[in-house]
Design a protein around this ligand. Structure first.
Ligand code: SF4
Ligand code: SF4
Length: 109
């Protein structure tokens, strides 16, 4: 089991989640974060920190977000996204994108 970052994070990247992760398992891409499933210890402390409710325990991932389970694996491994352990400013237009549905096409790898 692991925890999964889903679509709401795309183009937002508020990074509140990284400050609380005890094992530093968030990985950063150009406009989204993911969780490395090999490192996550399922403590769940990151879930309430996310202002856009992007993080789910794998078994609670909503049906329309299932593709993100594989994407978190792929982007934290093959894509070579790097570890992020300190909070930083959100993307400049994050507030404009936070409630926009169907953002997968906006993902930059
Ligand atoms: S707090 Fe939420 S929106 Fe911000 S980087 Fe973490 S998962 Fe993405
Ligand atoms: S569930 Fe815990 S270990 Fe996994 S990403 Fe969230 S804070 Fe980190």
């Amino acid at each position: 089991m692991t925890h999964v970052v889903t679509e709401s994070c795309i183009r937002c990247k508020y990074t509140d989640c990284v400050d609380v992760c005890p094992v530093d398992c968030f990985r950063e891409g150009p406009n989204m974060l993911v969780i490395d499933p090999d490192e996550c210890i399922d403590c769940a402390v990151c879930i309430p920190e996310c202002p856009v409710n992007a993080i789910y325990a794998e078994e609670d991932t909503p049906p329309d977000q299932i593709a993100f389970i594989k994407l978190n694996v792929e982007l934290s491994h093959a894509a070579g996204w790097k570890s992020i352990t300190k909070r930083k400013p959100a993307l400049a237009d994050a507030d404009e994108w936070k409630d926009v549905p169907g953002k997968l096409k906006e993902l930059v790898r």
